[in-house]
Design a binder for this molecule. Structure first.
Ligand code: S3P
Length: 429
């Protein structure tokens, strides 16, 4: 589908953010692992979390869905059934990597497959540690999906210093660790999102400037009955849109503000954004708030590479913000962006250049020469079938002088099915 974006008449209004994708996945996976019944409210309708639910059903987990309410009768660590056909993770890296940790730990014979994009993303990062733990897992060329998992003779505990700051990798190892007699220890020196440790209530302690997180068979696995918060990664598109569009005023309701996710909020504030929070509260173990956004004059920024995991999914739209800042911004240490649903560094370089932005693509980042008067050239943008590319291009287009087109725009359904409706509601009078 090609989505046309008309020049915006205004940017104003209130939105409820879609349910968080990362927390939706985890709520369902951890509910299945528990031996109790979980009632999850506000579960995401987006395609990725739905892939997690269909995989769980194939594994014999009773999952009932009524709108955004999902009821899961937990089967416990030993209750998964061998599926009759391959488990299709679709486009979802989180489904494949977290589920592999659980199934390799449990020793369930199965195959995990994904779409073209997921089948091209490296799974070596999870295959290697899972094998070290004594799990049986094979990949195509020892690196890619399809993944074949088999029985094991017991999960061996290990101390694992994370070689990459990745929450998916951290979670995969900790989930396999839940099947070991002795504690598996994951050493995390650069923090990434902590939903797994938080929602499973795993033990952790400081370790130098980082922390050690532990999991083992003796961890009691709690039911997951709570309301999933709104997705901060979805909110980030509006944080940028509201900052760069003149006289904008937006309010986003019920946004998850877990500090391990909100790097982009603070980076934009450091650039001069005008945000405020209200109605602070909790959804289960996760903090939430409403966020108000007003337009602002943005200053350029040099991002600290240590902050990258804290804003990994928001970097594409942060690049858009940097195009409107008054000078040179620098992103480095972001090589991980090349391993997402598409190579997001190259894709963003192409999107920004075709709009006329002055940028330099680097191996691990980008230099962006911003200009507060930048007017993106009306262009046809390629989304590369990556939801975050499509939405970042849409935010860029609201400052364009003419109609822009976004190819493959239906991919926003991966994380934010209402995105185009929300954009229309906020921009057209
Ligand atoms: C996710 C972690 C991040 C993020 C992805 C979701 C998660 O990936 O990019 O969209 O839910 O754990 P990495 O942990 O691999 O960086």
């Amino acid at each position: 589908m090609i989505q046309k974006t008309e020049p915006a008449d205004k940017l104003a209004g209130t939105l409820v953010m879609p349910p968080d994708k990362s927390i939706s996945h985890r709520s369902a996976l951890f509910a299945a692992l528990s031996s109790d019944k979980s009632i999850i409210e506000n579960y995401s309708d987006a395609a990725d979390p739905q892939s997690t639910l269909s995989c769980l059903r194939q594994l014999g987990v009773p999952v009932q869905k009524d709108g955004n309410r999902v009821v899961i009768e937990g089967v416990g660590r030993d209750g998964f059934k061998k599926p009759k056909s391959p488990l299709d993770c679709g486009n979802s890296g989180t489904t494949m990597r977290l589920l592999s940790g659980i199934l390799a730990g449990a020793g369930i014979e199965c195959e995990l497959i994904g779409d073209e994009s997921l089948s091209a993303r490296t799974m070596k990062r999870i295959i290697d540690p899972l094998r070290q733990m004594g799990c049986s897992i094979e990949g195509r060329d020892q690196k890619f999906a399809p993944l074949k998992i088999g029985p094991n003779t017991g999960v061996k505990a290990m101390r694992y210093p994370l070689p990459i700051a990745s929450a998916q990798l951290k979670s995969c190892v900790l989930l396999a660790g839940l099947f070991g007699e002795e504690p598996t220890e994951v050493v995390e020196m650069v923090p990434s999102r902590d939903h797994t440790e938080r929602l499973l209530n795993l033990k952790s302690e400081s370790y130098g400037t980082g922390k050690i997180i532990r999991s083992s068979k003796s961890d009691r696995l709690p039911a997951q009955s709570y309301v999933v918060p709104g997705d901060f990664s979805a909110a980030a598109f509006w944080l940028v849109a509201g900052s760069i569009y003149p006289e904008a005023e937006l309010k986003l309701q019920k946004v998850g503000i877990n500090p391990s996710r909100t790097g982009a909020y603070h980076i934009l504030e450091d650039m001069g954004a005008d945000f405020s929070k209200s109605n602070n509260g909790f959804a289960g173990r996760e903090p939430v708030a409403d966020i108000r956004i007003k337009s602002a004059q943005l200053s350029p920024i040099k991002l600290d590479p240590k902050l990258i995991p804290n804003c990994i999914d928001e970097l594409p739209v942060l690049m858009v913000a940097m195009c409107f800042a008054s000078g040179k911004s620098v992103i480095s240490g972001a090589e991980e962006l090349r391993h997402k649903e598409t190579d997001r560094l190259s894709a963003m370089a192409e999107i920004l250049s075709s709009a006329g932005a002055e940028i330099e693509l680097q191996k691990d980042g980008m230099i962006i020469y911003g200009d507060p008067d930048f007017t993106p050239r009306p262009s046809r943008f390629n989304s590369y079938h990556d939801h975050r590319m499509a939405m970042a291009a849409a935010v860029l287009s609201i400052r364009s002088s003419g109609i822009c087109e976004i190819e493959g725009a239906e991919c926003t359904s991966i994380s934010y099915p209402e995105f185009w409706t929300h954009l229309h509601k906020l921009t057209q009078s």
